[in-house]
Design a protein around this ligand. Structure first.
Ligand code: C2E
Ligand code: MG
Ligand code: MG
Length: 836
């Protein structure tokens, strides 16, 4: 269809062009028996009169007018045309002088005896001509039958003097004017439309390249309007006459916009390399020179301009060449747009210098070239927008580093499948401890690992039809999304027994690489699976969160790789949330304490406060799920304030028992950021219970840091200012970026228990924990390791240089009274001393 339209448009353009281009073929010598004889004289002194030349016929050179040596020099040109009408009819003749910029153009009509019949004064310095006479300088007269007459034309101008003179019968001249007006109209119409259209685009897209393009269009319109003469119709007469004198200024304007467009279109203003700087320098030069031309005569300004023009061409070639080499495929239209411009721009000087004969087509070649160029530039801009949109879409749906589909695409697929009423079960596959690897491998090694695993998973998924293509309209689109941190996601659309799905996923996992070597270190790769099915009213975020929770559950339980959450999950249980809220209000919750042991002297260093809901009815509810429920329902703030207050009460009790150097750590959730003036509230609680700030610690889990950097940094700062210490919890499960440790005022790191359980026989985990210990110490932080269950791990950690340990080996989280008992129990301490 598009091709058919294009062919039709070209057909029309071709017909139009062939109908418009002919008129200069019909000069009078070809249409009527009128005999012409030409002569010329170049008057360098500029003071010869008509009578001088008539009385000294020897001065004239009898040659066709095409042989006149036109130049930039300030001299007068005298052209003589003898006409002899051999026919029996009088001829209605028009002499057309095709240069509307001539200052003074005097035409003398002489009879056979060289007596003056009539004088015509043309040229833009002549007052009160009609617009038509200004824009198409011509004289019309009647040549009687069998008569002989002579035209003496004097051209006196400071600018370009070349003035093609052609004689037509009036009839053919009307045709010429019609063609000329047609082309001018098309040119001005197309350019104005293009300018307006791009202005609208600019308002929409706000890309300044459109303004530069409009600048180019307008400067081209001005320049052509001046040179060709149709500018008389486009703006006031005074402007046009002023611009005639400053035609080089318009040339500079067009050059300026050509280079600006080239620079901005090719996006050099974004990378600011030396080419950009060079182009900017040249633009400044063009700008300054253009201002100078307003004050110097044209015959000096013109040669300077031509030098600058060659610099401009070289610069544009440099700019375009670089981008073409770096695979700038959308620049093709732009490169094409230079072809007509260069051809058109070459024709003009060739005609001026006499290498090409004057004709209507040659005369309008540059105009048509600009027209083609402007159209190609518009196409180039459209292509650029299309490319930018495609790229934006690509970036929005792919992870930058691995080029795999991302969570946005997963969300799209989820919504599309939900709207079709199809089953959507989220399957998450995680490379265990991927994030912690970040401390020992470079990010790019990490991405290579992800790509390596993803390729295998994708291959496996492609054999199973139940997994949806994430671009659901394309059968061969990927089925796997990369959610970052070594987590992959796919969607199962089959309505099936949970176990069948688990089996399918375990099959996928079994085919994945089990080892990966990085710099000689052989990493053992293991994987977790989390499954979460969505109800029809579920939204994407809940669905995904449940998937992550399933993953986490799979992780905490060492033996089980697969974990499932389904629609009946507590996460959305509003009744439970209400009960929780009630429990907070009626003080039915409790804090349990788990001791932290200093590994150096094997004494209790403090404890972590962990939330419990002692009511037997809620025995089975996992604390982590409860926290997520509290986060989703907004109860988390109440809950946290309750926990802080309860912890402070217990700290007070402990100090009263003589434990006045026993800090308690309280866990903070990322969502707690929304508590207004949290630090101030903490301060009030500390004052209320007379608790010294250094006895309270907060544990911030690492994944919280991803959500809102700035706010968290200032919260940590405010808490630190109070004297409350802040610990980075679950280190190794989040992004483990070193920048976190540097930007936040943490005093302590706490390594996640998932690295610790199998520490004695997992080399990679050993490397990770050792790296974390060394790193913390180098940064002046102390380090706690949680999840110590065996003596072997205890000894290993002690050797590795960890500061503190927490785990079931020492004690499980205990209710306050039991904990106090634990502390008091000399036996425990003794046991600790002797055993460890
Ligand atoms: P966490 O901050 O990493 O707390 C440590 C968790 O590891 C506790 O689980 C603790 O019982 C468990 N743990 C400690 N030593 C061992 C061990 O040797 N072996 C094993 N298998 N587990 C051990 P718990 O109490 O279930 O808490 C889970 C998570 O819930 C906490 O992880 C914390 O993120 C969150 N949480 C608990 N209480 C609160 C609270 O008051 N507020 C907030 N925002 N989150 C809390
Ligand atoms: Mg904690
Ligand atoms: Mg932890």
């Amino acid at each position: 269809m598009a091709v058919a339209i294009l062919i039709f448009i070209f057909f029309i353009i071709n017909t139009l062009a062939s109908n418009l281009v002919v008129p200069t073929r019909y000069t009078i010598d070809k249409t009527t028996p009128v005999y012409l004889d030409f002569a010329y004289y170049i008057d360098e002194t500029k003071d010869r009169t008509l009578n001088d030349l008539i009385s000294n016929p020897d001065l004239l050179t009898h040659q066709p007018l095409t042989n006149v040596q036109w130049s930039f020099q300030q001299q007068n040109y005298w052209l003589f045309i003898d006409l002899e009408n051999k026919s029996l009819d009088a001829q209605d003749i028009v002499a057309h002088f095709d240069n509307p910029m001539v200052d003074h153009l005097s035409v003398y009509r002489l009879n056979k005896k060289d007596e003056l019949i009539e004088t015509y004064k043309l040229g833009d310095k002549v007052k009160s001509l009609t617009l038509f006479q200004y824009s198409v300088p011509h004289v019309r007269f009647s040549l009687e039958s069998k008569s002989i007459e002579r035209l003496a034309i004097k051209i006196d101008t400071t600018g370009i003097s070349k003035t093609p003179v052609n004689l037509y019968r009036h009839k053919e001249f009307v045709d010429l004017v019609r063609s000329q007006t047609g082309i001018w109209g098309i040119f001005a119409g197309v350019l104005l439309m293009a300018a307006l259209y791009n202005l609208v685009l600019y308002f929409g897209i706000k890309d300044r390249v459109y303004l530069v393009y409009i600048g180019y269009i307008i400067s081209a319109l001005c320049l052509m309007g001046i040179v060709m003469g149709f500018g008389f119709y486009l703006w006031p007469l005074e402007w046009q006459l002023y611009l005639h004198e400053k035609v080089i200024f318009s040339n500079y304007a067009m050059a300026f916009f050509t280079l600006s467009f080239c620079t901005m279109f090719l996006r050099y203003h974004k990378d600011k390399c030396w080419r950009y700087k060079l182009s900017k320098a040249l633009l400044t030069l063009i700008f300054l020179l253009s201002i100078t031309t307003l004050f110097i005569p044209e015959y000096i300004a013109a040669p300077i301009f031509f030098c600058v023009l060659s610099l401009l061409y070289i610069m544009c070639v440099i700019l375009i060449y670089k981008k073409l080499r770096t695979g700038f495929r959308w620049a093709k239209f732009y490169v094409f747009s230079w072809v007509p411009l260069i051809v058109g721009a070459a024709i003009q000087p060739l005609e001026l210098t006499g290498f090409l004969d004057y004709s209507f087509a040659i005369r309008h070649a540059f105009l048509v070239a600009i027209l083609c160029e402007v159209i190609l530039m518009a196409m180039a801009l459209a292509d650029r927008v299309r490319f930018q949109r495609e790229r934006a879409l690509y970036h929005a749906t792919h992870t930058q580093q691995t080029k795999l589909l991302n969570s946005a695409k997963l969300k799209q697929a989820f919504m599309a499948l939900q709207s079709q009423g199809r089953t959507t079960t989220l399957c998450l596959i995680k490379i265990r401890h991927f994030n912690s690897l970040n401390t020992i491998i470079t990010p790019s090694q990490g991405y290579t690992l992800i790509k390596h695993v993803a390729k295998q998973v994708e291959l496996e998924l492609s054999h199973e039809r139940e997994f949806a293509n994430l671009d659901i309209d394309f059968n061969n689109s990927p089925r796997l999304a990369d959610l970052g941190s070594g987590v992959f996601a796919c969607i199962s659309t089959r309505n099936q027994n949970q176990h069948t799905l688990e089996d399918a996923l375990v099959k996928v996992i079994n085919s994945l690489p089990k080892q990966y070597e990085i710099q000689g270190l052989n990493l053992q790769l293991t994987y977790n699976i989390g499954i979460s099915s969505a109800g029809h009213s579920d939204d994407f975020e809940y669905w995904l969160k449940r998937g992550y929770l399933a993953l986490k559950k799979a992780k905490t339980n060492n033996d089980l790789v697969v974990s499932t959450t389904n629609g009946s999950n507590i996460l959305m249980d509003v009744t439970l949330a209400a009960k929780l809220q009630n429990a907070i209000k009626t003080d039915q919750l409790a804090l349990y304490y788990q001791p932290q042991i200093g590994l150096n002297f094997s004494q209790v260093n403090g404890a972590e406060a962990l939330l419990r809901w002692p009511d037997p009815a809620f025995n089975g509810v996992s604390i982590e799920e409860l926290i997520i429920l509290a986060e989703h329902t907004g109860i988390i703030n109440e809950l946290t304030l309750w926990v802080i207050e309860q912890a402070c009460k217990d700290i007070l009790k402990l100090t009263q028992q003589g434990y006045n150097d026993h800090p308690i750590s309280v866990n903070l959730s990322a969502k707690n950021l929304s508590i207004k003036k949290l630090a101030e509230k903490v301060e009030n609680i500390l004052i209320k219970y007379q608790v010294p700030a250094h006895l309270l610690k907060f544990e911030l889990t690492e994944s919280a840091l991803v959500e809102s950097h700035e706010a968290l940094i200032s919260l940590v700062n405010e808490l630190s200012d109070l004297g409350v210490r802040v610990v980075l919890d679950d280190f190794g499960t989040g992004y483990s970026s070193l920048s976190y440790l540097v930007n936040y005022r943490f005093t302590e790191l706490k390594v996640d228990k998932s690295f610790v359980f199998d520490l004695t026989n997992n080399t990679a985990h050993k490397v990770i924990v050792q790296t974390a210990i060394d790193m913390a110490h180098n940064l002046g932080l102390s380090i706690t390791i949680e999840g110590i269950e065996t003596q072997a791990v205890h000894h290993l950690l002690k050797d590795m240089g960890a500061d503190r340990a927490q785990g079931y080996l020492y004690a499980k989280p205990l209710p306050y009274d039991d904990y106090l008992h634990f502390l008091k129990s000399q036996y425990s301490l003794k046991m600790l001393n002797s055993t460890f």
